[in-house]
Design a protein around this ligand. Sequence first.
Ligand code: ADP
Ligand code: 5GP
Length: 197
Amino acid sequence: MSIVFIVSAPSGSGKSTLVNELFKMVQGLDFSISYTTRPPRGSEQNGKEYFFVSKSEFEAMIAADEFLEYANVFGNYYGTACRFLRETEKRGHDLLLDIDVQGAEQIKKKVPDAVSIFILPPDRDKLEWRLRNRGLDPEAVIRRRLDTARREIENYSKYDYILVNNVLEQSADELKAIVLGERIKGSGTEPTPEEDR
Ligand code: ADP
Ligand code: 5GP
């Protein structure tokens, strides 16, 4: 049985950076590429970070019951396709979902054994600094992300693990430790000798 890892965080906490680091260190883990109606940002490519689709395409997928979960985040649809979990199970891999708090709640109902991880920024000032320093969003979007962060952070205690992303290297090691620990505990993929070192 594959292990489903859910990673949520207020935008700007460093979740994408940490997840990228994790994928460099751990094998047998697939990233669930979500569908979204938001436009690509920066160097994002269709089929890599997301599948970028129109609102009508997304709504057709909802009607066809193709989503394990979906939500409206910052005015756009985001959803996890059921087929990802099926394909991961066939490969004997584990699956990582980078989804918001609403999506995490839906997944926990459908996949009760899913392991949820909440990434927190060290403090609000650092979150704001990271959002600005990333240089991807206009001011109005940054303000909206900061407002949403306050509400999202209230949900952190519902998660199995809380990871404060202060020093990147250390946080990445902690994230790796969670994945390998859960594999040893359950029936997921065994760690390879390299990962075990
Ligand atoms: P998220 O995916 O949570 O929205 P990103 O991964 O895009 O966040 O990170 C936001 C910004 O913070 C990026 O510029 C990233 O390089 C930076 N960052 C991530 N983790 C750390 C860290 N531990 N210390 C300092 N800066 C970080
Ligand atoms: P961003 O636009 O910054 O890439 O993502 C915005 C938010 O949407 C993040 O909190 C991210 O975790 C969430 N998100 C991305 N994909 C999905 C998904 O498939 N389902 C849900 N519920 N949230 C998602």
